[in-house]
Design a protein around this ligand. Structure first.
Ligand SMILES: N[C@@H](CCC[C@H](N)C(=O)O)C(=O)O
Length: 270
């Protein structure tokens, strides 16, 4: 069977998008891993399916899978690409509302330029940030470890990231972020991603975690951050109605449709 797909990227975090509204099945985990393989497949950090939503008021439903085929509860850059994919399919109005495993999200196209757009995505509220010895840990849709460094270029993101990712302290495993404070409201982040098992060029939920922890630990009066990542630049803004309670968290940045095509499912199934 031929399956249509589209490829999108947000700050270099890249994704395969499948529209399942007409009844296609979600690929099995091994098939997703083969599709995401950069040598034998299409190549991507993750894959998302778009389907009709069972949640009242939602335009559609997103499910996220990492490059190794494991499901993730949420993906920030993926969510921004998903919203643009929905926009290109003519789904929803100015505000796209969709459910993911971690909750309901709203997205807006702030600026459209051909196949690219600046997309702002609402993230789930964060009400708990744990402090460890030299690190912070929080859930911004998926689990994130955050550690500050003065020399981001010198960090062995893959080596250290992989050790921390499998540390027994983190029951579900964790994504790992190294953060350098550049100035007021300005940080740079490198992320080792769970499920990709590598450094990626950007991570939206990781950038969200890094901005919240920077606010908490170093810049309590700042509620909007510029985040420099390997693949570009992201923005985070949020409200803090009570100390340590973060609401209206918005992740913004460019997203782009890269190409579309079709594949023969028999080539990717075992
Ligand atoms: N790249 C993502 C995060 C994707 C999920 C993550 N790897 C996990 O399953 O923990 C982002 O932009 O947020």
């Amino acid at each position: 069977m031929q399956m249509r797909f589209a490829k999108y990227e947000g700050a270099g975090n890249d994704f395969i998008l499948l529209d399942l509204r007409n009844g296609g099945a979600t690929p099995q985990s091994a098939e997703i891993a083969r599709l995401c393989d950069r040598h034998f497949g299409i190549g991507a950090d993750g894959l998302m399916t778009l389907a009709a939503s069972a949640v009242s008021g939602c335009d559609c439903s997103m499910r996220y899978y990492n490059a190794d085929g494991s499901p993730g509860e949420m993906c920030g850059n993926g969510g921004r690409c998903f919203a643009l994919f929905a926009h290109h399919l003519g789904i929803g109005g100015d505000i796209k509302r969709f459910d993911s495993t971690d909750g309901i999200h709203e997205a807006r196209m702030l600026r459209i330029d051909g196949l690219r757009s600046t997309v702002e995505l609402g993230m789930i509220d964060v009400e708990r940030i744990d402090r460890g010895d030299g690190y912070w840990f929080l859930d911004t849709g998926v689990p994130h470890y955050v550690e500050f460094t003065d020399d981001l270029e010198a960090v062995d993101v893959i080596g250290r990231g992989r050790r921390i990712r499998y540390d027994k302290r983190f029951a579900k495993g964790t994504n790992v972020n190294f953060v350098k404070v550049v100035g007021p409201g300005h940080i740079a982040v490198r992320t080792y991603e769970r499920g990709v098992e590598d450094e990626t060029l950007a991570c939206g939920t990781g950038s969200t975690a890094a901005a919240l922890v920077t606010h908490l630990a170093a810049q309590p009066s700042v509620t909007a951050f510029r985040i420099d990542v390997r693949g570009g630049r992201l923005g985070i803004a949020f409200d803090e109605p009570k100390p340590g309670i973060y609401t209206r968290i918005r992740l913004s940045g460019e997203a782009r449709k890269v190409f579309e095509g079709s594949y023969d499912t028999a080539n990717f199934q075992s």
